[in-house]
Design a binder for this molecule. Structure first.
Ligand code: FAD
Length: 288
């Protein structure tokens, strides 16, 4: 299949890109790596008349630390996330997650901004961003605003982003030194979207968990922040009955579709299994 006709724009500044989006309204879409948008256009599930390519905007690229915050430019590719020495030392869960996305060819081109802006519940980064309490820097005609990842997703492909806004960057609080982390993803084959996946970040003092944050991928219309499950685990020493209660609390907020990845009940149960595995690995990795 080939996409419908469109006009291609390649602005060199964020202001120019925002002005293009504002002038074309609903008929325009930002283009990043194109690995979600172009397939949708080929399937005629999206038919924008104007594509505003973000690739020529230098300000949207790069990874840096700003005080206690990691800032990742929206057009930073998944490959650049994987290769970043800063992220490997401060936020290794990003690398672990990015390595489970698609395949190397897609990761060389697909961007972190496109992954979080897309609104596809199958994307892996949104639940991780909720787990990390990240916020998105949105730039539009009336300036800049910050929206928490935990507030951003409204339904499948519906987010807090207006048609004339661009995700310029992602801001992530630097986690505590010695934190434990894990992203566990069940997929049918290499390169597939998750049947279910779980992100865990935690800290320990001795055997006791002092903080615990959990995100779930592809088991509802939106990514899920499993707040109650994290609360149950905080203060525990990972006793079996506490883990079972936390997993049940996480499973209770899922609402997956029955599809080619399995019936809803199976996918809910797999979210629980992924969470158990992620918790065990994160706990072992955390400095006591
Ligand atoms: P695009 O495709 O260019 O854009 C996606 C959407 O976001 C569009 O609506 C676009 O207008 C909007 N957009 C993009 N950037 C911005 C921005 N900065 N501001 C505002 N709006 C923006 N993803 C996973 O997470 N896990 C997987 O396992 C996975 N497997 C895949 C397997 C295959 C075979 C393919 C083709 C893709 C897969 N993907 C997977 C998706 C891939 O990671 C995409 O690259 C990603 O979801 C979108 O990023 P992109 O840069 O390609 O964005």
């Amino acid at each position: 299949m080939i996409p419908g006709q469109f006009t291609y724009h390649r602005p060199s500044s964020l202001a120019e890109a925002v002005a293009l989006l504002a002038s074309h309204g609903d008929e325009a879409r930002p283009l990043a790596g194109g690995h979600s948008l172009i397939p949708m256009m080929k399937l005629r599930m999206a038919a924008p008349e104007h594509l505003v390519d973000l690739a020529g905007i230098a300000d949207l690229k790069g990874i840096c630390e700003d005080g206690g915050t990691i800032v990742i430019g929206a057009t930073t590719t998944q490959h650049e996330v994987i290769a970043s020495a800063l992220l490997a030392s401060k936020l290794p869960i990003l690398r672990e997650t990015a390595l489970l996305i698609a395949d190397p060819q897609i990761r060389y081109v697909g961007t972190i901004g496109g992954n979080v802006a897309n609104g596809d519940p199958g994307n892996d980064m949104p639940a991780l961003m909720q787990c990390l309490d990240a916020s998105y820097v949105l730039v539009g005609p009336s300036g800049e605003r910050h929206v928490a990842a935990r507030e951003f997703y409204e339904a499948a492909y519906f987010t807090a982003l207006s048609p004339d806004e661009i995700v310029a960057a992602i801001r992530i609080p630097v986690p505590a030194t010695g934190h434990g982390y894990a992203y566990e993803k069940l997929k049918r084959k290499v390169g597939d979207y998750a049947t279910a996946a779980a992100a865990v970040m935690l800290t320990r003092s001795g055997h006791q968990i002092t903080s615990c944050s959990i995100g779930l991928t592809n088991v509802a219309d939106t990514p899920l922040f499993a707040e109650e499950a994290g609360r149950i685990l905080t203060g525990s020493s990972m006793e079996a009955d506490v883990v079972t209660r936390a997993v049940a609390a996480a499973e209770a907020i899922t609402n997956p579709a029955s599809d080619g990845r399995g019936p809803a009940e199976y996918r809910t149960r797999m979210a629980g299994v992924m969470l158990r595995r992620a918790l065990a690995r994160a706990y072992d990795r955390a400095a006591a």
